[in-house]
Design a protein around this ligand. Structure first.
Ligand code: IPD
Ligand code: CA
Length: 313
């Protein structure tokens, strides 16, 4: 992969002289900068060659990393360090198991969410960039370059989907209708890469129950959708394309940016594990429900009622 010149990126968005750096964190400026960086990352994804798409296995064959994942994360980290030298950085490809999210401002990066889609050329991969403060997402940007879809939000200022400068819509994209329970829901469910053990059994039993007809003891939801990217699936809930997304097993970088986009679109995030209404960013168990005038909490309870166990990490 052709090396990205950090100097050239910096010169396009110059660093303010030290005496001009505001004491308060300017979330709008960070949002705009993350969008700029997401577009650079998107170009790197679109221009990837056979050799930069070559993958290596991480924990198993469905958990892979490519040179492009690493190159994007290095670029994101270097540019953010240049502009915000005192902020922490947590990224999927440089993460160390002992690293914990702290209360200080922290950039959270998944350079490519949907790496398997990227390897196969399936147009459903995104760069996911967020700023968290006090362990809560306050800015989020999720960009799928193959479809030119950019989801973004700033705390307190709404969430947006942009398909180019002339086509920006506030989320949700349509007036939110009341939720009417699992049997009337289109559900996002990702499969993850851990394909055995008690978490896998719970995931597959629950999927079977959601899909099966009432006569077969199921909920007969409208259907399930898997995008291959947890970040995009959560954004689809924010947009109102899906009614809910349920997953145990993905990570803080998969969900952080999409979480604030969901909340700013009127959605709620509970834990994928029954009874927990205040999930943490690092909890690895998420249940997102779209914005709706009624039925959000009832849908969470109904989803929890479908499960016969808990995810354990
Ligand atoms: C994966 C995707 C997938 C989800 C996995 C994630 P990656 O991220 O978001 O949809 O089911 O849990 O790990 O590996 O493509 O960055
Ligand atoms: Ca990734």
């Amino acid at each position: 992969m052709a090396p990205i010149s950090i100097d050239s990126l910096a010169s396009e968005m110059p660093i303010p002289p030290k005496h001009l750096i505001p004491i308060a964190i300017d979330l709008q400026e960070i949002h705009d900068r993350l969008i700029f960086i997401a577009h650079v990352a998107g170009d790197m994804m679109l221009k990837a060659t056979q050799s930069t798409r070559l993958s290596e296995i991480k924990s198993n064959t469905s958990d892979q990393v490519t040179a492009t994942d690493r190159a994007i994360e290095n670029m994101v980290k270097a540019v953010l360090k240049l502009h915000y030298p005192h902020f922490e950085f947590l990224g999927e490809e440089t993460f160390k198991t002992e690293q914990k999210l702290g209360n200080g401002p922290t950039f959270i990066c998944d350079p490519i969410d949907g790496t398997l889609n990227f390897i196969h050329g399936f147009p459903g991969s995104a760069v996911s960039l967020a700023l968290a403060i006090d362990k809560k997402a306050v800015v989020g940007v999720v960009f799928n370059p193959a479809r030119k879809e950019l989801y973004s939000a700033i705390q307190g200022r709404g969430a947006y989907l942009s398909r180019g400068a002339d086509h920006v819509v506030r989320l949700p994209v349509r007036d939110a209708s009341p939720l009417q329970g699992l049997s009337s829901s289109l559900i996002g469910l990702e499969w993850g890469s851990q394909r055995c053990g008690s978490n896998w059994d719970l995931r597959t039993r629950t999927a079977m129950k959601l899909m099966s007809a009432a006569d077969a003891g199921g909920q007969m939801c409208h259907s399930l959708r898997s995008s291959g990217s947890a970040a995009l699936t959560c954004c689809y809930v924010a947009a109102g394309f899906l009614d809910l997304w349920w997953e145990g097993g993905c990570w803080v970088w998969d969900v952080c940016a999409a979480w604030i986009i969901l909340e700013e679109a009127g959605g709620i995030m509970a834990s994928a594990n029954p009874g927990d209404w205040t999930p943490s960013l690092e909890g690895r168990a998420y249940l997102a429900v779209r914005g709706a005038p009624t039925g959000q909490k009832e849908l969470v309870e109904e989803m929890w009622g479908c499960m016969d166990g808990q995810f354990v990490f």
